[in-house]
Design a protein around this ligand. Sequence first.
Ligand SMILES: *Cc1c(COP(=O)(O)O)cnc(C)c1O
Length: 220
Amino acid sequence: MIARNLSAVLNTLPEGVQLVAVSKFHPIEALQQAYDAGQRLFGESRVQELTEKRRHLPADIRWHFIGHLQTNKVRQLIGKVDMIESVDSDRLLRLIDKESAAAGVVTAVLLQVHVAAEETKFGFLPDELSEWFRSGGYTTLKATHICGLMAMASNTGDNERVRADFHAVAELMARIKAENPDLRGFDILSMGMSHDYPIAIAEGATHVRVGSAIFGERKY
Ligand SMILES: *Cc1c(COP(=O)(O)O)cnc(C)c1O
């Protein structure tokens, strides 16, 4: 079933769009099935769950952390993930940089943008983020590579609102690029989940994070 779902999703992705298979709350056997079907990029949202799964699964899996990261858990994650997609504050970014430098690694990150209607979601506000770039906030990082932006759309059945949210993030990305021509390797736009990823792709997503459409509903 997982293999079939996976290939159904992959068949809908245009060339160049990467699939982050979001496996949070699903058991190791489920990830192994996706792995056996060829999937190598997985997304997890809790530090302990990610490190535990990583220990039991093949070493060529690339792990993306996609959940809210508490500062006291940063050290456990450094060196174990290919990307932290959910950097939602300057403070967290500085800490990732410090711990990465201490560990002698460079950590790839995305900055999470808050465009959704829900106040419970995390991230930089669009204006706050363009101001942060304009003030050169990124130039002092030593061991962190900012690869792009990540976002979630409003949780609504209103597709036009969802499209507008994704559009705002894509525009923000273009604006940041235009205003900071010295930014290098800033091209990843991670947006879209099971129910809205086709809209995200239409608005320019390079990575989609799809969970339940592959693994089924989560049991929390
Ligand atoms: C859980 C989660 C997803 C995947 O959601 P599905 O609806 O299961 O596809 C994507 N992104 C983030 C940040 C998540 O926490």
